[in-house]
Design a protein around this ligand. Sequence first.
Ligand code: PAF
Length: 287
Amino acid sequence: MDFTLSSQGMVMINNISQLHSYRESISPTQKVGFVPTMGFLHAGHLSLVDSSVKENDKTIVSIFVNPTQFGRGEDFTSYPRDTKADIAMLLDHGVDAVFIPLAEEIYPPDYRTFVEISDLSEKYCGASRPGHFRGVATIVCKLLNLIHPHFMYMGEKDFQQCLVLEQMCRDLHLPTTIKRCPIVREEDGLALSSRNTYLSAQQRGYATCLYQSLLLAKELVKNGVRDTEALVESMRQLIVNNQGVVDYIVFVDERNLAEQVSVDEHSRVLMAVRVGSTRLIDNMRMG
Ligand code: PAF
C-alpha cells in the first residue's frame, strides 16, 4: 500500500499516487464523502466534516490553499495556515483520510487547463474578484476527478460558490452530489470564516453589522416590504453606520442567482462588506 497511516488510524496523503492507492483500497460498495478546504479549520468546516462522517463510510478532507483562486493583491501569502492544528481536529472528528497535496503536483509548470462557468461566475463575488471562481472550479474539478466522492459537503456561507460548483457538476457530468450545509455563526451572529482572524478587536465588533443587516431585512420582509431596492438601502445604512464598506448587497432567486426587484418565496440576499481591509461575505434566505 502506497499511503501512510498515522498512528491514530487517519490516513495522511501527500501526493497523487498515494491518493490513487488509498482510493482503490475503498470497496465500491462503500460511500465516500469529501470536504474540500483551504485549512485553518473552524467549527464551520467541522460541521461539514461531521455531516460527511455521519452519512458516509469514508470521509476524505483536502487541505490546499489554492493559488489560482486568489487575485493579484489578494491574501494568498498571508492566508492563515495551521496544518498541525487542522490534523488534530480532523482526527478528533473521525476523518478517514486527509489529502494535503503540494502545489507543484497540482499545478506543474506546464499546467494549462482551467474550468470556467459562464454567467454564474461573473457576478457578485465574481465581479469583485475576477478569476476567483475559475480558480475554485478548476481545483474542485481536479479534486473530484482524483477522489471520486459520492458526496461533497459545502457550506452555504459561500452560497454563490455552491451554485457555481453544482452547475459545474451538472455540466461536466461529474457523478458527485453536492450537499449544502447551513452557515455556522458565532454567538453574536458573525458567520465563521478563517478570515475573521484578520479583524482587530474593534473591527470584530463592527463585523456583526452583516448579520444585523440580514436580520433587519428579514424583519422588514416579514412586515410586508417587498421592494428589494428599499431593503438594500436599509441594509446599506446599517452597515455604513458600523464602519462597513459595502461591496455588494443583492436579492437573488436562490435557484439561479438571478437578481430580483421584488421579494418572493425563492429570495435570498447575498452580501460582501469590507470591515477595515477584511472582506466578509454572508447571506440569508428571505423567502
Ligand atoms: O471554500 C473554500 O474553502 C475553497 O473555495 C475550496 C472549495 C476549498 C476550493 O479551494
